[in-house]
Write a protein that binds this ligand. Structure first.
Ligand code: ATP
Ligand code: MG
Length: 289
């Protein structure tokens, strides 16, 4: 069974009704052994693609991971990138903004951490929180010291969607491939994962009271996500809605999406020109046998 990235892609300009998108899809593996084999193959292919990305030095890859608490963002990042050279990729997790970050526009802190050409940058949460958690709790806007807050609430989010899509189009024009993943978790599966964080001693540290409080706003988050995914999925930077109730399946799907995007780039290892070639032959002779 092959994984088709287009099955998960949100078409540009399309409305999104999250209830229609599955949180559990057909599994692409049969049993633990097959999962490990497929993942291992993907991990080594991704490592090779990153090496080529680095040698070619014209593109960067930005992976944005969004999802509700316990959707599996950390686990996905850990598994998918386990074999990629640590020098070739960097992960940033975005929590509530610091005092310094609040003194800047809402894109600033993320822009400072964009990957350079040749590298993979992973955002564990991102500037999208500014149209998600902030939309669900608009009172946090007070700390942002905005010069004006449009009277009609919807206008603010529309303006932010525009800032985001313009940034992403700019990045795309300048060589950064932007891949955005929404890990689509069900309310019930979140409950099970929270219970595991309480029941299993080695997961206790992950349990947070704040996460339980946010669960009460589930419906508001789903509405905010639906509006955001529809408004910001573009040809340049599409969103992919990945079923997240089965973590292993999600890992296989995301890996495939990333590799498909990288394979579409016209990348090559630099070839030595005639002068360089002669130079190398001469150095070879000097080094002797
Ligand atoms: P887990 O899925 O394991 O719970 P997490 O991604 O929630 O991990 P935490 O450190 O628990 O990691 O939470 C980060 C918190 O920071 C989230 O609740 C998120 O909504 C919040 N956050 C991120 N960006 C912003 C922002 N711009 N404004 C306000 N809150 C933000
Ligand atoms: Mg959390």
């Amino acid at each position: 069974m092959t994984i088709e990235p287009k099955d998960y892609r949100v078409g540009a300009g399309r409305a999104v009704r999250l209830k229609k998108w599955p949180t559990l899809g057909k599994p692409f593996y049969r049993g633990e052994k097959q999962y490990r084999d497929i993942l291992a193959r993907q991990q080594s292919q991704l490592d090779k693609l990153q090496k080529l990305l680095y040698a070619d030095r014209r593109h960067a890859l930005l992976l944005i991971m969004q999802g509700m608490d316990a959707a599996g963002k950390d686990s996905a990042i850990g598994h998918i990138f386990a074999s990629v050279n640590p020098e070739g990729c960097e992960v940033f997790s975005f929590g509530p903004p610091s005092a310094e970050e609040l003194r800047h526009d809402f894109l600033w802190r993320a822009v400072c951490r964009l990957p350079e050409r040749g590298r993979i940058g992973i955002f564990n949460r991102s500037y999208y929180e500014e149209v998600l958690v902030v939309r669900v709790h608009p009172q946090v806007l007070a700390a942002e010291n905005l010069p004006h807050v449009p009277k009609h609430g919807a206008t603010l989010w529309k303006e932010r969607f525009r800032s985001i899509t313009e940034l992403e189009s700019h990045l795309c024009r300048n060589g950064t491939v932007v891949v955005k993943i929404f890990l689509h978790l069900s309310y019930e599966e979140q409950r099970k994962r929270f219970l595991a964080r309480i029941d299993e001693a080695d997961k206790n540290w992950k349990f947070s009271l704040a996460d339980i409080q946010e669960r009460q706003f589930w419906k508001h988050y789903m509405d905010a996500y639906a509006a955001c995914l529809a408004a910001t999925s573009s040809h340049a930077a599409p969103w992919y809605i990945v079923p997240a109730d089965d973590k292993k399946n999600a890992h296989l799907i995301i890996s495939e999406i990333l590799m498909a995007r990288l394979k579409k780039l016209d990348m090559a290892y630099p070839k030595p020109g005639p002068t360089r070639h002669e130079e190398l032959i001469q150095i070879r002779e000097e080094l002797g046998e």
